[in-house]
Write a new protein. Sequence first.
Length: 432
Amino acid sequence: MLDQSKSQKLLERGRAVIPGGVNSPVRAFASAHVSPPFIVKGKGAYLFDEDGHRYVDYVGSWGPLIVGHAHPEVVRAVEQAARNGTSFGAPTAREVELAERLCQLMPQVEMVRLVNSGTEATMSAVRLARGVTGRAKFVKFIGCYHGHGDAFLIEAGSGLATHGVPSSPGVPEGTAADTLTAPYNDLASLTELFARHGSDIAAVIVEPVAGNMGCVPPVDGYLEGMRELCTRNGALLIYDEVMTGFRVGAQSAQGRFGVAPDLVAFGKVVGGGLPLGAYGGAAHLMQHISPAGKVYQAGTLSGNPIAVAAGLATLDIIMRDPDFFDQLERTTQTIGEGLTRAAAKVDIQITVQSVGSMGCAYFSPTPVRNFDEAAATDTDTFYRFHAAMLEHGVYLAPSPFEAFFVSAAHGAEEVEFTLEAAAKSFAQVAGS
Ligand code: KE4
């Protein structure tokens, strides 16, 4: 058994002053068989906890750390920025530089607004869509998570699925009534929603690869069909690329699948591990944002100089190596194949699904295409596997509905260590 005495004591202390002892529910390991390790340090592919354990990390702060923990260039950029002052509430050259960089990297993004989180980015994109179209309703997909904005907390996957919450108390009925939901990867039900509510729908928001029910790629023709339905009905298509942005390829999911949205929300990687999000799209849409237009959206710390510096440094590292994404994808595939082989050795059938450097190992003999199928996988065995992996030095997200993330710091040594740990863990799970 893993000695977690220090972490457990800290969790107790935390519970007295922080709800659940954590500042985001998924960190509580609520359904897991182990306590959350309290982290003291991250370096490259590794995390170090209060109890003296080292783990190969596949959470990467839930996605941002694509170049690994404490990358020297990111740390240097942050130090330099901090020396010049931590916040001004006034424009800076580097914000313009980051906005230019995002527009240059993403061909259909002509303007962006920087915010502080993925939640802010998705919330603001929906507000913009409503402001532009003059319509109130929007569509989200069951099992997709778009942050904790009121209107999104309906059948929202991720932490809510882990805690068995279909919709959060505190979301007024009126707000929920304007959120229409449909199963993911099911164009027929989206077509039906448009047939019933077409002229009231401001937007469809989607994770182009669903990463909050594991890792579910869009089926062939799904994004194309969604694009077509939106265009035909005068609704805006919003990609939530908070997770997939600069994660599944140099031009994110929209470049990878070749289907362009009207608006896009970013977070995670674009902030290089600091609090930063962004939303953007065509100039004629973004010009509706205040002060250029009338749709209000603001922030004391928006475009924070330290976060901007970390984001720029991370994008620099990613973009200067033409092989960056292919290399990550190869590593991810090696891990996926290794996990599948290790499980099969002890007669456990798993299905690994991955896109770029995000993936999920489902305890299921068949592929997962939507939330119902993700929920029907063997989650009990997942939780036992999760605890065994932690004991053997591998840190996975404590939920079968979360993706794993591979970083550029995961080399051959870390992969080998991971697969050895997996072989032991699968054997333990099979024997218990
Ligand atoms: P943040 O507000 O947490 O920065 O981003 C919200 C968000 C929006 N869209 C997608 C596709 C996301 O995955 C997220 C955040 N993801 C969660 C869980 N996968 C992060 C972890 C947490 O909530 O603590």
